[in-house]
Design a protein around this ligand. Structure first.
Ligand SMILES: [Zn+2]
Length: 185
């Protein structure tokens, strides 16, 4: 049991080093406009711990079930995945902000959204690196990097390093757990 944990921990560190070694987070770090925050994003990924926030939202499963739809609950609280091309927020191109459906934390901006062709809403980066955190996900025989909401720890999707410039990242998000708030004109 203990040895298994050590092996898992070593594997996680190895994965983190490999991921950073591939450069996506380092590339982001060269963006002078948000330099320091980009470094925080890397650290958050390596730490793989839920960030401590004053505005943390903690609820029981029962409470979550009351405020979320069954689909949202399945994704946010049980790490589910919506079917590709299910359409929620996929085709939306209007200017605005995508918030977490669980707690209302702003997660992504329309300006960072792109059509990845995968069938899930895709973004180059979060609205604020502090609003998401990362966890190594080894489920389903794959090694992926899970993205979670910093405020309610809800599962949002996964991040991949095959995105377009300037970040080279693809935040592949379940549209079901995003609430779109259009910009006021
Ligand atoms: Zn949230």
């Amino acid at each position: 049991m203990k040895i298994g944990f050590v092996i898992a921990a070593l594997a996680a560190v190895g994965l983190a080093v490999a991921f950073v070694g591939n450069g996506p987070f380092l590339k982001g770090g060269q963006d002078k406009s948000q330099g320091s925050k980009k470094v925080d994003q890397r650290t958050a990924y390596l730490n793989q711990e839920s960030p401590k926030r004053k505005d943390k939202v903690v609820k029981t499963d029962e409470e979550w079930q009351k405020i979320l739809t069954p689909e949202q609950y399945k994704i946010l609280r049980n790490k589910g995945t919506e079917p590709a091309f299910c359409g929620v927020n996929l085709e939306n191109k209007g200017p605005g902000v995508y918030e977490c459906a669980g707690c209302g934390l702003p997660l992504f901006r329309s300006g960072n959204k792109f059509n990845s062709g995968t069938g899930w809403p895709s973004f180059g980066e979060p609205i604020d690196p502090d609003n998401v955190w990362y966890h190594s996900d080894r489920s389903h025989g794959m090694i992926r990097t899970e993205i979670l909401c910093s405020r309610c720890d809800g599962h949002l999707g996964h991040v991949f390093d095959d995105g377009p410039p300037p970040t080279g990242l693809r935040y592949c998000i379940n549209g079901t757990v995003l609430k779109f708030v259009p910009d006021k004109s």
